[in-house]
Write a protein that binds this ligand. Structure first.
Ligand code: AGP
Length: 609
């Protein structure tokens, strides 16, 4: 998705904008640009391609300015090219805007503005914003922006500056995120907090329908009608170091290795070890309202959807609550059969996924109890649910979700135990037994990560394959889906996840020496069934790998390669089985020279539909 950044302060603005844009690269983009104000002149520089091209361009002909804005564009309307790169200007070149989102009514707006004499230079939706601000400009930039946004339909996070009202950047939000950083005689605006952490930890999150007027002397917050707002200043504890790679080749590898700590951090402070009681008072939904819950609907996308499929097993097995798991992009258009006794759980690490947010807004008319499971404090989705259970994974920079998946599983396990206790479905002894298994998981994860080298050696045997099948059953069918997603999204190898029982219904036709199969085969209730799948594949010359418990001698005779994991309560196998699949995908993609942290065509947070 696009990224916006802005700076006002005493420092030279261009290096700050460039460094800020680099911290937004992970969002995915295809062009970039900056605009700075030098005395009373706006200077703009834009490139198609990566920020390094913009840096080269600026080295050849530097820009100087006292304040400015920058942008990384992920094309939605208009080809990725220099002309369509932001910032965009009005007719006079005295107003510039950078934008994240989609203006759905830009065509009629553009037509009307053209009839009023405005001339357009780009194919983008964004340019209409610059011309609307020009149309309404009298003396105050913020008032012109307030007028302009009244005409916009769609989603937008914008930053606007003008030489006609010097010394300020005006930001406005309706949809994608906008955060304001409050520094010492310097202030910032950005799409997320990562670019700001080197300068300040004092952050204000704009809500939909809010604006910020950012100057060096301070920041004024107001709504789209101009009424002044008092906004809470959050103190963000994420250190800049957490954002850096910490010596790993890629953010993704660093984040894979952070998973034991992430599970510990997500469990921390939420379990009382002596009584086995789960303490989730923070979620903002009382035990009384949870007690009445008769079913749950989990809504999510991508990896978060896979976490939801695992969560279904946790909630149904531990809390005895029936669960439906739905793709947000599909469910949002359905006829909802929900009521106030339904718990709608929206799982989203970014809290900004457009389809998940839209599905949440759609279901609210049925008055369910809504809970977000989210990794980014105060992001859009948790701001619109009744309650939120935050995962404590820290910032996830790699586009491929890894540590946030494990954190989501930990959060779902806590929620299942909490719901079971509130509804009287488990006693203290059963709670303690589940909690003891949960508490042991981080150490078991560390054991798996300690064999990363052997997983790397195994992975390198498959670098040139073009297809892969992943099989799992029960709570490990979602693990098969997640393993396949990891491989396909970072190595571009086609991979499919299937429930083992489905093999005979089609996929077995795919088996030959060019279609290896990765199986997840813990010693659980479907172990024998998985062995039958394995022998069916073996008799058709399929190559088989198995993620299996390390003390399982039988499996070694049945498959070509075993990836051992420590044994664990069968329900919690996904915490462990997923790690080797993440590493397997990572090492293949890295060896293939893929852009592991920013895979082609993908964005970290899909904030447009
Ligand atoms: C997974 O590796 C991808 N990054 C993607 O599928 C992601 O899980 C999906 O877009 C949902 O994102 P969210 O958790 O931020 O809502």
């Amino acid at each position: 998705m696009c990224g916006i950044i802005g700076y006002t302060g005493p420092k030279s603005v261009v290096p700050i904008l460039i460094e800020g844009l680099k911290k937004l690269e992970y969002r995915g983009y295809d062009s970039a640009g900056v605009a700075v104000v030098n005395k009373s002149k706006i200077q703009v520089r834009r490139v198609k391609g990566k920020i390094i091209g913009l840096e080269k361009n600026l080295k050849l002909s530097p820009l100087n300015g006292s304040y400015g804005v920058g942008h990384t564009r992920w094309a939605t309307h208009g080809r990725p090219c220099e002309e369509n790169a932001h910032p965009h200007q009005d007719c006079t070149g005295s107003i510039v805007v950078v934008h994240n989102g989609i203006i759905e009514n830009y065509l009629p707006l553009k037509q009307k503005l053209k009839e009023e004499g405005h001339t357009f230079c780009t194919e983008t939706d964004t340019e209409v914003i610059a011309h609307l601000v020009e149309k309404y400009f009298q003396s105050s930039l913020e008032e012109a922006v307030q007028q302009a946004v009244q005409e916009l339909e769609g989603a937008y996070a914008i930053a606007v500056l003008s030489t006609r009202d010097l010394g300020k950047i005006v930001a406005a939000k309706d949809g994608p995120p906008v955060v304001v950083g409050l520094g010492d005689k310097e202030n910032f605006v950005s799409s997320d907090i990562n670019p700001l952490l080197n300068y300040t930890q004092k952050i204000v999150f704009l809500e939909d329908g809010e604006m910020a007027v950012i100057g060096t002397q301070g920041v004024k917050f107001c709504d789209f009608k101009g009424s002044v707002l008092e906004k809470k200043v959050e103190h963000i504890t994420w250190s800049p170091l957490m954002i850096e790679k910490g010596g790993f080749k890629h953010f993704m590898l660093k984040e894979i290795f952070e998973q034991p700590q992430v599970v510990r951090d997500t469990l921390k402070g939420r379990i009382s070890l002596d009584s086995g009681k789960i303490c989730l008072d923070e979620i903002g939904i009382t035990p009384e309202s949870l007690k009445d819950i008769t079913r749950a609907v989990i809504i999510a996308c991508g990896t978060s959807y896979h976490a939801g499929l695992v969560g279904k097993y946790f909630l149904e097995t531990i809390a005895r609550v029936p669960v439906d798991v739905e793709f947000a992009s599909e469910y949002r258009y359905r006829e909802f059969i929900l009521d106030e006794k339904t718990l709608v759980i929206v799982i989203s690490q970014s809290g900004e996924t457009a389809d998940s947010l839209a599905a949440l807004r759609a279901v609210k008319e049925k008055n369910p109890v809504s809970l977000a499971i989210c990794n980014v404090v105060n992001s859009s989705i948790p701001r619109e649910t009744d309650g939120v259970l935050y995962t404590h994974a820290g910032p996830e920079i790699g586009v491929a979700a890894t540590k946030t998946f494990s954190a989501q599983l930990a959060a779902l396990a806590l929620l299942a135990l909490h719901l079971a206790q509130v509804k009287g479905k488990i006693n203290e002894k059963e709670s303690l037994s589940f909690i003891e298994s949960l508490q042991r998981i981080p150490h078991k994860m560390e054991n798996i990560l300690n064999q990363a080298k052997s997983i790397e050696e195994l992975a390198l045997e498959f670098v040139s394959f073009s297809h892969f099948l992943y099989l799992g059953r029960g709570v490990n069918f979602p693990v098969a889906l997640e393993g396949a997603l990891k491989l396909k999204e970072i190595s571009y190898i086609h991979a499919e996840g299937y429930p083992g029982g489905e093999m005979k219904h089609g996929p077995i036709a795919l088996i030959d020496e060019k279609m290896p199969t990765m199986t997840i085969v813990p010693r659980d209730g479907v172990y024998e069934k998985m062995l039958s799948n394995i022998s069916e594949i073996k008799t058709r010359d399929g190559y088989i790998l198995a993620v299996a418990f390390e003390d399982d001698e039988e499996i070694k005779e049945k498959v070509d390669k075993v990836i051992p994991i420590p044994s664990v309560h069968p329900l919690f196998t996904p915490f462990l089985a997923t790690l080797p699949l993440q590493l397997f995908a990572y090492y293949i993609a890295s060896k293939r020279g893929a852009d592991v942290d920013q895979p082609r065509n993908l964005a970290k947070s899909v904030t447009v539909e």
